[in-house]
Design a protein around this ligand. Structure first.
Ligand code: PEP
Ligand code: MG
Length: 574
């Protein structure tokens, strides 16, 4: 039967392929609270999953294929023993009770506690048994999620695979960079969640906030993902399939046409130059930035160097990564943002327990709380400045005190390099992200103390409208056209332009062609976005008349009527 589900399209294009249900204990485990009344039911669900996993192992033991290695039986028995052990079959029930959480999460927590114990064992053989614990847990998790025994179907080529997941963290998605999946879709997530942002950088169509995709879609089903409209069609009929194949070809054609703009100078109709920079997550992304004709890197989200690993990158490793980007950009400016860890980008995924992570120890707050780690990064960035044009960008600044502390630590890093006799550019500009309303409202402090500004509209909108950008339940409230947002953004641009402090927008608003003219009208001359959006934004700039858009942008700032705002936007984009 064919049916359609709707979510939020976060990365455009059309993908046609087969569903691959993502199921991996490390990769994805939903976490939600349950009511006290539901505790017995949740425990029973956990018990039933253990029974299912045991039955599977017993059945496998009875049907050992001829010629299977002798260890196979021992391995099945070991997994059965692990499942029989009360640390796995009983302790999670305790956690369900004390934490009032779902069974999957309780099991994951217990697994992590066990793994930690295993890691402390000196005997190498016993220490390696932690992978058996993980595999046994995965079997129970699959039973809990209603798909006993299934693994990713490797018989489907990656380029025809559409990954279907309940939730994926930014750290999970960054792992897809080395792969060729056709698309991925998730039940949760918002349009500016970091998961969505990384999805865009993969250049594959993706849709989030589908709510029921994981429960409704079965392994291997044929899917169409329309990333522009946030639509997923399950088991499409032949006519629909033919229609989408045609649309996909048209999109490919449009993309090819856009490529011709790569070397065209970005100017408005009246000849004003506009700079278009790229946002990158990893050094490998520079290829995409170059491919799309970026004027520089406007935002290097360095925190991604810290994810998916058991240790922290040392100064040398970071220096090599930054130097590579700087050299490959061949003299174009590279804006390196110091790590914005915390919130939904945790070094250790198990630490996602802060009561309100987006308001917690995140970004510069974490840097100031961990000065050693910050010092290593600052030295690495400064050292890279010897090889090209580097700018340092500080995320989430909110007060003069934080700016002063940060500048002091940058000075310390400079002195330590001087002492070591290591070369760096002594004039590296230091800028701040304006992404907290408090910063926007005390802008002169920032323009006085910093060399440039970059507006992080994703967080600015999150904090202005009080909507968690990673929570799909409030995703519909995310509104770049909210009068408060428009006025704040315009205020920042105006304030910076007035005192000649360079200002850019590097949040997702910068890559949204619908909003290009609004930002131009506010006086923005520097945009930074995912490379995939660069050429369509350039096309829009080339067709824009600054005089006209400025008049309409001023009108937008005076309106608080959503309908009128939409009308003005439509007029502007005509
Ligand atoms: C932003 O907040 O707009 C931004 C660019 O930073 P990030 O999305 O990484 O928080
Ligand atoms: Mg931000």
């Amino acid at each position: 039967m064919s049916f359609t589900i709707h979510g939020i399209g976060v990365s455009g294009g059309i993908a046609i392929g087969h569903a691959q249900l993502v199921s991996h204990a490390q990769l994805e485990v939903a976490h939600y609270e349950i009511s006290k009344a539901r505790i017995p039911e949740e425990k029973a669900r956990f018990d039933a999953a253990i029974v299912t996993a045991r039955a599977e192992l017993a059945s496998l033991a009875q049907h050992i294929p001829v010629g299977a290695p002798a260890e196979f039986e021992a391995f099945l028995n070991l997994h059965l023993m692990i499942l029989d052990d009360p640390t796995l079959s009983e302790a999670p029930k305790q956690l369900i009770e004390t934490r009032q959480c779902n069974a999957e999460w309780a099991l994951k927590l217990q697994m992590e506690a066990l793994i930690e114990q295993f890691e402390r064992i000196e005997d190498g053989y016993l220490r390696d048994r932690k992978s058996d614990v993980i595999q046994a847990v995965e079997r129970v998790l699959k039973a809990l999620m209603g798909r006993p025994g299934q693994l990713l179907d490797r018989s489907i080529p990656e380029e025809n695979s559409i990954l279907v997941a309940h939730d994926l963290s930014p750290a999970d998605v960054i792992l897809f960079k080395g792969h060729q999946f056709a698309s991925f879709i998730t039940d949760v997530g918002g349009a500016t969640s970091h998961t969505a942002i990384v999805a865009r950088s993969l250049n594959i169509p993706s849709v989030v906030a589908l709510h029921q995709a994981r429960t409704l879609i079965r392994e291997n089903e044929m899917l169409i993902v329309d990333g522009n409209n946030g639509v997923v069609i399950i088991n499409p009929d032949r006519t629909v399939l033919a229609e989408y194949k045609l649309r996909r070809e048209q999109l490919d054609l449009e993309r090819t046409k856009l490529k011709r703009l790569k070397k065209t100078r970005t100017t408005t109709l009246d000849g004003t130059s506009i700079e278009l920079h790229a946002n990158i997550e990893l050094p490998d992304d520079v290829a995409d930035a170059r491919e799309n004709g970026a004027d520089g890197v406007g935002l290097f989200r360095t925190e991604f160097l810290y994810l998916n690993r058991g240790d922290l990158p040392d100064e040398e490793e970071q220096f090599e990564a930054y130097r590579r980007v700087v050299e490959e950009m061949e003299g174009r400016p590279v804006t390196i943002r110091t790590f914005d860890l915390g919130a939904d980008k945790q070094i250790d995924a198990a630490e996602r327990v802060a009561p309100n992570p987006a308001l917690g120890l995140r970004a510069i707050r974490l840097c100031l709380a961990e000065p050693q780690m910050f010092h290593r990064q600052l030295r690495a960035i400064l050292r890279a400045s010897h090889y090209g044009k580097v700018r340092i960008l500080i995320p989430m600044l909110s007060s003069a005190h934080e700016i002063n502390q940060t500048l002091h630590l940058i000075d310390e890093a400079r002195h330590s390099l001087d002492e070591d006799g290591i070369a760096y550019d002594s004039k590296v500009p230091v800028g701040g992200m304006i992404e907290i309303p408090a910063a926007a409202l005390s802008l002169s402090t920032f323009t006085r103390k910093l060399d440039f500004l970059s507006i992080g509209t994703n967080d600015l909108i999150q904090y202005t409208l009080a909507i968690d950008r990673s929570d799909d339940a409030v995703a519909h409230l995310y509104d770049p056209l909210h009068p408060a947002v428009l006025n704040l953004v315009a205020h920042i641009i105006r304030g910076a332009n007035r005192v000649n402090v360079p200002v850019a927008v590097c949040g997702e608003m910068a890559g949204d062609v619908r909003l290009t003219r609004v930002l131009l009208g506010f006086g923005l001359r520097q945009f930074s976005m995912h490379p995939a959006h660069l050429l369509s934004v350039k096309q829009q700039v080339l067709k824009s008349d600054l005089g006209q858009v400025m008049v309409l942008a001023q009108k937008m700032l005076k309106s608080d009527d959503p309908e009128k705002l939409e009308q003005l936007l439509a007029r502007m984009n005509r």
